[in-house]
Design a protein around this ligand. Structure first.
Ligand code: APR
Length: 237
């Protein structure tokens, strides 16, 4: 892969699977354990806030029990050493990329460790629970804080930055995502239309696998470090 300067990397639940965080659509995954309509829509939150808050309190506690794996570490290494443009766009709401050291990172679906006050619109770092309806640290209002997660039917964050980076990219890489959810699942076609080279690194072919120029299949902790090391070797010539 020569003449690669600007890279956009999309990550999904598959990159955190080997750290012990359930993916959504694999056998026994989160969406088999819970109905999306019950826990991941604004309507569900209006209908049964306790059920939704308990679900995200459980997930917020879980991510604090696990650690980044070799795939997160490899992307942090790339971030630290890559001379060209790089943007890691994650659909994940865990903080494993940050804990591995990645900086050029964007959470398009929100973050577990943020609480969002619907009264004053402030967001707060939050590693505790919300089921007990705590007061907002800024406005003091109780019971108005929700998980800072983009639910189905809501607009993902920072889409303009993502499309700007895709338009400037030479390479688009998709890691650990099924290609089941838009707009993220559409990035590969957006990239192709811009003449950007595309690569899929995933355990198995994703729903959009046929759109990629190249695909390497296997566990993220194996395929991602191998790809990063080869790229950095090439950069150092
Ligand atoms: N290494 C690499 N890939 C893996 C691994 C692994 N160890 N384990 C699973 N995968 C792959 C699966 O093959 C699958 O293609 O990761 C993908 C996970 O797909 P999903 O569970 O659908 O997760 P994701 O694509 O991130 O979901 C997208 O959907 O539910 C919403 O908002 C939520 O951000 C999420 C979005």
């Amino acid at each position: 892969m020569t003449n690669i300067r600007n890279i956009v990397i999309l990550t999904g639940a598959g990159i955190s699977a080997e750290s012990g965080i359930d993916t959504f659509r694999s056998a026994g995954g989160l969406w088999e354990q819970h109905r999306v309509e019950d826990v991941a829509t604004p309507e569900a939150f209006a209908r049964d806030p306790e059920l939704v808050l308990r679900f995200y309190d459980m997930r917020r506690a879980r991510i604090q029990e696990v650690v980044p794996n070799a795939a997160h570490d490899a992307l942090a290494r790339l971030d630290a050493s890559w001379h060209g443009g790089l943007l890691i766009v994650t659909q994940n709401v865990d903080d494993l990329h940050e804990r591995a050291g990645a900086k050029r990172l964007l959470h398009m679906h929100g973050e577990h460790l943020n609480a969002w006050c619907l009264s004053c619109d402030e967001r707060h770092r939050w590693n505790g629970t919300l089921i007990d309806r705590p007061a907002c640290p800024t406005c003091g209002t109780s019971g108005q804080m929700r998980p800072d997660i983009v639910w189905f039917g809501e607009m993902p964050y920072r889409m303009n930055e993502i499309y700007t980076a895709l338009n400037r990219a030479d390479l688009f890489v998709s890691i650990g995502t099924s290609g089941a959810v838009y707009p993220a699942a559409g990035f590969v076609r957006e990239a192709r239309e811009q003449g950007v080279r595309t690569l899929e690194l995933n355990l198995e072919p994703s729903q959009g696998s046929h759109w990629f120029d190249e695909a390497r299949h296997g566990p993220a902790t194996e395929v991602v470090p191998g790809w990063v090391d080869a790229l950095l070797r090439q950069q150092s010539g």
